[in-house]
Design a protein around this ligand. Structure first.
Ligand code: HEM
Length: 481
């Protein structure tokens, strides 16, 4: 029997059964280069919507066990991996399918507060009154599709772009008359060559996807072997990401946010900051992000494997923020020791606020191709930010800290990469230095929603329920959850 209180041991005889019940993409990223995110609103015929979702689950959804098998067979071949898909529901989606309120998923983890259930139940549009606040633009300024009620997301991913387009066409055709498609977002991985190799980057040009909590024991052991763990332990229990559904399966809460990046403004600001501090551009970039563009951390570290992505550092090595300021993006979002040292809260509390990031970049970059346009984009590109967690408060605590000028202590300023605010005060570069300069508002939230990735058992069970979705009958509820 697999418990959530430890990382998953793949050698456990029950591991495969466990992974068969969980959707892929949660305990491990799917790793495909192209994605389509179909956001839908369910139609009035709940039974038809249940059948549609159950058919999609049967035909396309990749369980974590299937994702693992696909990775094995892909490793031995030169072709693209198998297609990947998952299904996610919002609270209104559950309600639209006839799932009673008391059977909606509830947050888990050792620090979960009963009020944390509100994030999911109210949704991202109704932030006012939730346990934490952040500085998102008002809903009226979101892209039109996101102002609508969003009930579900079909996430398709593939390394073969044409095959993804074909799958998307088929999904859209099957949706006709059952659900309204509000918008389809398309993600594509962005890569750049650095002296140390070709790396996945985000649009500001920095390596992304480096530091992740690892909920599979063997993944954590590999990171420790290759990157070291003298300062930082990347391991995490499954309970960081998974919760037990009321019906018995395991699922995970997901945050989805379409974040537009003003790449031109970000680099203009870095140039001005370099002038103000008298430091090279790459050094001020590293102070804003917490890592240099090629992923090298601002806090010096080494790796046992010289080719590995460095991740073995802790801010006890830089308590004054002289190398990695307190407002650096990765220090705001994963404070590695600042919370116990500065605030006095337990280290376990800080570590329980980590999230499993699974985002992907969107938008074209003609300025990055040879012979392309000269100017960096100000609009039209960004990150389809996604993260999984057992409690949406894990995301909320990070976003709140990023938007607050007073986290981790009064006056440190907002996160220099994702911080938003009407008039954010200047940060000090570095934190124990003398240069005051404001870096903020380069990332604009265009819309998003809170989802839950149900177990495969829940999704397949949608096929078994009859059309009487309003019933209070316990057997009906059992089949749906
Ligand atoms: C367009 C928006 C964003 C950009 C450009 C961005 C960029 C980056 C980059 C370059 C890194 C360093 C590489 C790595 O460790 O993977 C990083 C790490 C990270 N980001 Fe973001 N990010 C964005 C949004 C967010 C949001 C919204 C959150 C959460 C609220 C977040 C949380 C994190 C976390 C937790 C890390 C890892 C920190 C660590 O463990 O050291 N990011 N991000």
């Amino acid at each position: 029997m697999i418990g959530l209180e430890d990382a998953l041991d793949l050698d456990d005889p029950d591991a495969d059964d466990f992974l068969d019940g969980v959707q892929g993409g949660i305990v491990k990223g799917h790793g495909r280069d192209f994605t389509a995110h179909v956001l839908v609103r369910l139609g009035p015929d709940a039974a038809a919507a249940r059948r549609w979702l159950a058919d999609l689950a049967a035909e396309r959804v990749t369980s974590a066990a299937a994702a693992r098998r696909a990775t094995w067979s892909w490793r031995g071949s030169d072709g693209p991996g198998e297609p990947f898909a998952m299904l996610l529901l919002t609270a209104s989606g559950y309600r639209g399918l006839g799932v009673p309120e008391e059977l909606l998923p509830v947050p888990g983890g050792p620090f979960a507060d009963p009020r944390d259930a509100e994030y999911f139940r109210f949704g991202l549009k109704e932030q006012a009154g939730r346990p934490r606040t952040f500085a998102d633009p008002p809903v009226e300024q979101w892209e039109p599709a996101y102002r609508e009620r969003i009930d579900a997301m079909v996430l398709l991913a593939d390394d073969d772009e044409q095959r993804l387009c074909d799958a998307l066409d088929a999904v859209l055709a099957s949706a006709a008359g059952v659900v309204d498609v509000l918008v389809t977002e398309r993600g594509r991985v962005l890569r750049k060559k650095f002296p140390r190799g070709e790396l996945v980057i985000e649009h500001f040009g920095f390596q992304d996807g480096v530091s992740q909590p690892l909920v599979v024991r063997q993944d954590a052991e590999r990171e420790v072997r290759e990157r070291g763990n003298a300062h930082w332990d990347p391991a995490a229990a499954l309970s960081l990401a998974l919760v037990r559904e009321p019906g018995g399966g395991y699922g995970s809460f997901m945050v989805f946010r379409k974040l537009e990046q003003d790449v031109a403004a970000f680099h203009r600001a870095l140039g001005d900051l370099a002038t103000a501090t008298g430091l090279p551009l790459d050094a001020v970039g590293a102070m804003a992000v917490g890592r240099f563009a090629d992923g090298t951390p601002a806090v010096p570290t080494t790796t046992p494997d010289p080719g590995a992505d460095p991740n073995d550092f802790h801010y006890d090595q830089d308590p004054a923020g002289s190398r990695c300021p307190f407002h650096a993006h990765i220090r705001k979002t994963n404070p590695r020791g600042d919370v116990p040292r500065v605030i006095g809260a337990p280290a376990e509390f800080e570590r329980s606020g980590r999230v499993l990031r699974r985002g992907i970049t969107y938008g074209e970059r003609p300025d990055l191709v040879e012979g392309g346009v000269p100017d960096r984009p100000a609009t039209g590109v960004g990150l389809l930010f996604m993260c999984f967690q057992a409690n949406l408060d894990q995301f909320a605590i990070q976003q709140e800290g990023a938007d607050s000028a007073d986290f981790v202590s009064a006056g440190v300023g907002v996160d220099a990469v994702i911080g938003q605010g009407a008039a954010p005060p200047p940060q000090t570069w570095p934190s124990d230095g003398a240069v005051a300069f404001t870096m903020a508002n380069f990332v604009r939230m265009l819309g998003g929603e809170y989802f839950f990735a149900p177990s495969t058992t829940f999704l397949h069970g949608l096929a078994d329920t009859d059309t009487d979705t309003d019933t209070d009958d316990a057997s009906d509820r059992g089949a749906a959850s």
